[in-house]
Design a protein around this ligand. Structure first.
Ligand code: NAP
Length: 460
């Protein structure tokens, strides 16, 4: 029977790799998720065939409960709440990895220094990922205040980390040969690890959250891989390595997109509370009507749409695409410019625009399109704020200083659609809204774009 299990695991490993490869392209991403999902199902089914596997009824009950909750959540959770869902599910993975280590210690099955070290490291990293993800979930869900900073925060982090590592080393030494350690030591170790994850994540808020979620995701992968080694289960090792490696790469890409070193995210977080940069903003916000906006774009040669979180909240993507098609019928060239951290999760805008039917060849990344803004007649910013804030380029005192932004301010004209004077995710005032070439179209994105669509009909 074991050879069947091993054969299935090999197929599963191939499916994970094929799935991940497909996910690197927006045209094949859905297919990639399906391939990886089939791999997960096969891996779970193969577990039932592992010789000597016990507690099959309990496993089925757990699968039904877990699968049922995930099925329900996947259907009801709104697209804008997806980051919270990713955070909490990711935390579950880390928590499960930590629990595997706890069970193996309780059974006295952790033999040898290598297995003991990996079990301890896996449970430390898994517990940190679990409690950190729970805090990320509470913050994104608005249940917890955005940033809670302890006095001497960095010192507390370091002392807690050293204590946890020291205790972990003690457990490794105690369990070599015996296969386990004093249960109270283990309980203390898990409590300290959970506290570490919570304390490190609590002060992080605002614009740093995507990087943290991705980092915790990479941690979960690492923890799962380590515990796979402890259990001698190759699929867990492969799945853990794939998640750990891709999570690490995603973390690096996002940190680069926001120009925030990863250590800076952990130790000098942006608080997420309303703040302004060093320089006071000059000028005033000028309002325009949907009629003016439609006319300005109708008589343009080139319009670039920059979507942001507000377009997602308003669910305006279908109207936006309708507007773009109208403009194209009128001879205007329309493209879409997507900032890597626009919205609330990586790829958020790409998914929404793809759902609305916008062809991929009309969608451009920051690096592909940014140099072209001086030749753009209208940059149409729809519910985006931080990702078009020029203070990131100019104001050294601003917390988002250095973050690459879409150069909407360099277009000949800029129209910003938003409901009012609300700040962006990081709570910072936006200099773009005060620029001479910028006009504000106030209103919810869906209605404002619908009004433009109505006006464009009259301009045919
Ligand atoms: P943003 O900075 O959060 O700004 C969104 C803007 O949309 C707000 O200023 C808001 O202004 C407006 N808005 C809200 N509801 C609206 C509606 N119904 N219709 C029209 N406008 C509406 O968005 P962003 O420019 O996309 O930047 C993303 C931010 O989130 C960055 O700071 C990024 O670091 C952070 N973040 C990103 C991720 C990720 O992975 N993508 C994850 C977490 C956090 P009004 O209230 O005035 O309407």
């Amino acid at each position: 029977m074991q050879w069947i299990v091993d054969g299935v695991y090999l197929v599963v490993a191939a499916l994970f790799v094929i799935g991940l490869k497909a996910m690197s392209s927006p045209t094949k991403a859905r297919r990639g998720i399906a391939w990886a999902g089939i791999g997960m199902i096969l891996a779970t089914l193969a577990t039932f065939l592992v010789p000597g596997m016990k507690n099959l009824t309990l496993i089925v009950v757990a699968l039904v409960i877990g699968g049922g909750v995930a099925w329900w959540a996947g259907r009801v959770v709104k697209m804008t709440d997806m980051p919270q869902m990713v955070a909490i599910y990711n935390g579950m993975g880390g928590g499960a990895a930590a629990l595997i280590a706890a069970v193996e210690f309780a059974r006295g099955e952790v033999h040898g220094p290598v297995v003991a070290t990996l079990a301890v490291l896996g449970s430390l990293i898994g517990s940190v990922a679990f409690s950190g993800s729970v805090i990320a979930f509470l913050k994104l869900q608005g249940i917890m205040s955005k940033a809670v900073r302890l006095p001497a925060q960095n010192l507390v982090n370091i002392v807690l980390a050293l204590l946890t590592l020291g205790l972990g080393a003690w457990i490794v030494i105690a369990s070599v040969g015996a296969g386990s350690a004093n249960p109270w030591l283990l309980v203390l170790f898990f409590l300290l690890s959970l506290a570490l994850g919570a304390v490190v994540t609590m002060p992080i808020g605002g614009a740093d959250m995507p990087v943290v979620i991705s980092l915790l995701n990479a941690f979960t992968g690492l923890a799962v891989g380590f515990e796979g080694y402890v259990l001698g289960n190759p699929t867990l090792i492969i799945a853990g390595i794939v998640v750990g490696a891709s999570g690490t790469l995603l973390t690096q890409l996002m940190a680069k997109a926001m120009n925030r070193p990863i250590l800076g995210v952990l130790f000098t977080p942006i608080s997420g509370e309303a703040q302004v940069g060093g320089a006071a903003l000059e000028g005033s916000m000028k309002e325009l009507t949907a009629t003016d906006a439609a006319a300005l774009m109708r008589y343009s040669e080139r319009v670039v749409v920059i979507p942001g979180y507000g377009m997602a909240v308003a669910g305006a993507q279908h109207k936006v695409w309708e507007m773009a098609r109208q403009l194209e019928e009128l001879g205007v060239e329309v493209s879409f410019a997507i900032h890597p951290v626009a919205g609330r999760m990586p790829g958020h805008m790409n998914v929404l625009l793809a759902e609305a039917g916008v062809p991929y060849e009309k969608i451009f990344d920051l690096e592909e399109i940014n140099a072209e803004f001086p030749q753009v007649d209208v940059a149409l910013v729809i519910g985006a704020n931080d990702v078009v804030n020029p203070v990131a380029r100019t104001d050294k005192l601003s917390p988002i200083y250095g973050m690459p932004i879409m150069d909407a301010d360099r277009a000949r004209n800029c129209i910003v659609i938003k409901r009012g004077r609300g700040a962006g995710y990081s709570g910072i005032e936006n200099a773009l809204f005060y620029a001479d070439n910028t006009s504000m179209l106030y209103g919810s994105a869906q209605q404002a774009v619908a009004d433009i669509v109505g006006q464009l009909k009259d301009l045919h």
